[in-house]
Design a protein around this ligand. Structure first.
Ligand code: PLP
Length: 399
């Protein structure tokens, strides 16, 4: 769709990059914006009273406004800049759930979560003696909604799109049903694999918290977003204490700034935030619907081609309508690492392993899978090269 916008492909002519679920490539406009900051107005924000500091501050707040509009938050103050999705989830666990939950109470997640949205909740359950329940999925990778679990749970942490199965969970419907049977449930949605690839509207979803990472959506590493409903964020204790997040500090006590600054202690990743603002512009210019359609077409094509490979097992939905651009697979009698290594030797970049989702792999009954994932810069030729590569691997391993 837009390969020419990404310098990495000019600098690596035969690169077949099929690992966008791990991190996306960066377009020139994003790289330029970061360099522009460092070259022309590098200064710390919210402190300096001189033009370059004022410009840097304005750019950070401009990025906040863009992100807020991008996911349709009610107000930009609901957008907290953090390091990544993982940090955002930990903030919710530590600053919202930990202080408000009592021993013996129940929290819920799903077995298809990335460790980022599993381990923090599991550890909270251990520390606070909570019951820790999870939603399971069927042979197609679709979640079962369990009334009994949701009715009792104080919180539900759920991914929008599985980073292994590719399943697009019907989040809006799940949230609506959950609220019908448990009006007090607090719901966190992990949007790390959805926000870069489809239109997300947090008000329409009616989630309480929504998290994602900039590096998977064309921005730099080190910048992520915690969205939270204003009424919840305003009640939360700070996560990190220090500079930038206070209102007043006396020797024996402090008061804290309003949201979002209360959760942005210390110097921010200013270049990262600026890159995120430009990445949002870039994605919006392409159009989220066009991006989704392009990746859906590629996913359908890839599934069709892969289904023809003898000895292949595909995991997750087989219908591209129900799936993000993520395809996990195994080939009989060949270890996933061998497949990824041989493809890697040919500059075909896929992932092999548990993809930070060990409970999901345990559930599938395998220790590892291969994973192909698409970005807007992929085309059907990439799939053709991949499929030829897999045939070569099969020949080498006589499988
Ligand atoms: C679904 C999902 N959630 C969370 C994360 C964690 O993202 P990060 O490492 O940027 O915090 C990932 C990363 O792969 C992911 O795929």
């Amino acid at each position: 769709m837009k390969k020419k916008d990404f310098p990495i492909f000019q600098n690596n002519k035969d690169l077949v990059y099929l690992d966008s679920a791990a991190t996306s490539q960066k377009p020139q406009v994003v790289l330029d914006a970061m360099m522009d900051y460092y070259k022309n107005y590098n200064a710390n924000v919210r402190r300096g009273l001189y033009p370059i500091a004022e410009k840097a501050t304005a750019k950070v707040e401009e990025a906040r406004d863009k992100v807020s509009e991008f996911i349709n938050a009610e107000d930009p103050s609901e957008i907290i800049f953090v390091r990544n999705a993982t940090e955002a989830i930990n903030i919710v666990v530590e600053s919202y759930t930990y202080p408000s939950i009592k021993e013996g109470e129940e929290i819920a997640t799903t077995i298809m979560e990335h460790h980022s949205n599993f381990v923090p909740w599991q550890q909270l359950a251990i520390k606070k003696f909570l019951k820790f329940g999870y939603l399971d999925f069927d042979h197609n990778g679709n979640l079962f909604f369990v009334d009994e679990l949701i009715k009792k749970a104080k919180s539900l942490a759920i991914t929008h799109v599985s980073n292994v199965l590719g399943t697009i969970n019907p989040i809006k419907e799940i949230i609506r049903n959950a609220r019908k049977i448990n009006k007090d449930i607090v719901i966190l949605v992990d949007g790390a694999q959805s926000v870069p690839h489809m239109k997300v509207d947090v008000q329409d979803l009616d989630c309480d918290f929504f998290v994602f990472s900039g590096h998977k959506m064309m921005a730099s590493t080190g910048i992520g977003v915690l969205y939270g409903k204003k009424k919840l964020l305003s009640r939360m204790e700070p996560f990190l204490y220090g500079g930038q997040m206070i209102q007043e500090v006396a020797i024996d006590r402090s008061t804290f700034a309003d949201i979002p600054y209360r959760f942005e202690a210390g110097t921010l990743d200013i270049a990262g935030i600026i890159s995120l603002g430009v990445a949002v512009d870039y994605l919006e210019k392409l159009g989220m619907e066009a991006i989704r359609n392009h990746e859906k077409k590629l996913t359908r094509y890839c599934l069709d081609q892969m289904e023809k490979i003898e000895g292949i097992t595909l995991y997750g939905p087989k219908n591209a309508e129900e799936k993000g651009g993520i395809i996990a697979f195994n080939i009989e009698r060949i270890h996933p690492h061998d497949i990824a290594q041989v493809l890697g030797d040919r500059n075909i970049c896929i992932r092999a392993g548990h993809h930070c989702a060990m409970p999901l792999h345990t559930r599938l009954g395998v220790s590892a899978t291969c994973r192909v994932s698409f970005g807007i810069y992929n085309e059907t030729e990439d799939v053709d090269i991949l499929v030829k590569g897999i045939q070569k691997v099969k020949k080498i391993f006589k499988a």
